[in-house]
Structure formats: structure tokens, C-alpha cells
Write a protein that binds this ligand. Structure first.
Ligand code: ZN
Length: 156
């Protein structure tokens, strides 16, 4: 279970495990208000060379483990949604990849977007991929995942 928080990746990088994470008010699974600290997990983001420590909590009632994560990232994606969108806009409108990111990954995002738009929205969006990107997010679907994946594990 992941909860997205309004925190700065750069602050977390600078402060490491001393960064003050705001504890969730209750367990997103069972709504119990007692959560215990459950250590940290080292995560990597493409905008940083070093990993950063993300805080975890555990619910003693139902056993759920909750990881806190900065806003703006799809689950299991290391590149921000902002950067992925910028790459797709560049590719669709200018037929170019962004120069500072590997072509393979940008191709991967575009290919998955096409597949997901077709699978979830049908042919009427196939020529409007960028609108499809936004539409899938509003449907809680990660538009660039290699599987049609629900975002409902993310609580905002
Ligand atoms: Zn719980």
C-alpha cells in the first residue's frame, strides 16, 4: 500500500532518515488509528543519482504495510509523471525523443500508452494519445504501464 505525500525528493535526499514524514492519520485498509514505524526502504528515482529512503508504517491490527512516497510518480516508476508526459508530448507532436533520457524507455512509454489507450478507450482515442494519457489517469489507470494496471492501490 502506497500513500503519496506532498514532500520534496530533494529534501528527503538531503536529510536522509532524519527527514520528518507526516504519519498517516489512520490505516488505509482497516481505518485503525494506531500505526507503527516500519523502517525505511531505499528507492531510486531517475532525477537523482543516489537512492532516497522512503518511510514505512505498519498497522498492528490488520498487518498492512504502508509506504510513503512523493506525489507525482506512478507506482513502480522511477521517472516522474511530469517527465514521462513531457517525453510523450515531444514524441507525438515533434516526432522526437527527449535528448537526456534513453530512447528505449521513451519508446516503451509510448508503446504502452498506445496499447493501454486502445485497450481501455478504444479506437476513438488512438489519434489522440495525449488526451488518452490524461483520460486514463482520471480512470485510475497507469497509462504507461506494460500491463493494464489499476492505480487504486494509490491513495491520494
Ligand atoms: Zn490496518
Amino acid at each position: 500500500m502506497i500513500i503519496q505525500c506532498n514532500v520534496s525528493i530533494k529534501d528527503i535526499l538531503l536529510q536522509g532518515k532524519k527527514f520528518t514524514w507526516e504519519k498517516p492519520e489512520s490505516c488505509p485498509e482497516c481505518d485503525d488509528s494506531v500505526l507503527w514505524g516500519h523502517g525505511f526502504v531505499l528507492c531510486y528515482f531517475t532525477c537523482l543519482n543516489d537512492g532516497i529512503y522512503l518511510k514505512r508504517f505498519r498497522c498492528p491490527v490488520c498487518g498492512a504495510v504502508i509506504k510513503l512516497k512523493p506525489y507525482g510518480y506512478f507506482n513502480k516508476f522511477r521517472t516522474s509523471i511530469h517527465t514521462i508526459k513531457k517525453s510523450l508530448i515531444n514524441r507525438v507532436k515533434k516526432r522526437r525523443f527527449l535528448p537526456d533520457i534513453g530512447r528505449n524507455i521513451q519508446y516503451y512509454w509510448l508503446r504502452n500508452l498506445k496499447r493501454n489507450v486502445f485497450a481501455c478507450l478504444g479506437t476513438k482515442f488512438i489519434d489522440r494519445l495525449l488526451a488518452g494519457f490524461e483520460k486514463l489517469i482520471t480512470m485510475n489507470i497507469n497509462p504507461v504501464s506494460c500491463t493494464v494496471q489499476s492505480l487504486d492501490t494509490i491513495t491520494i
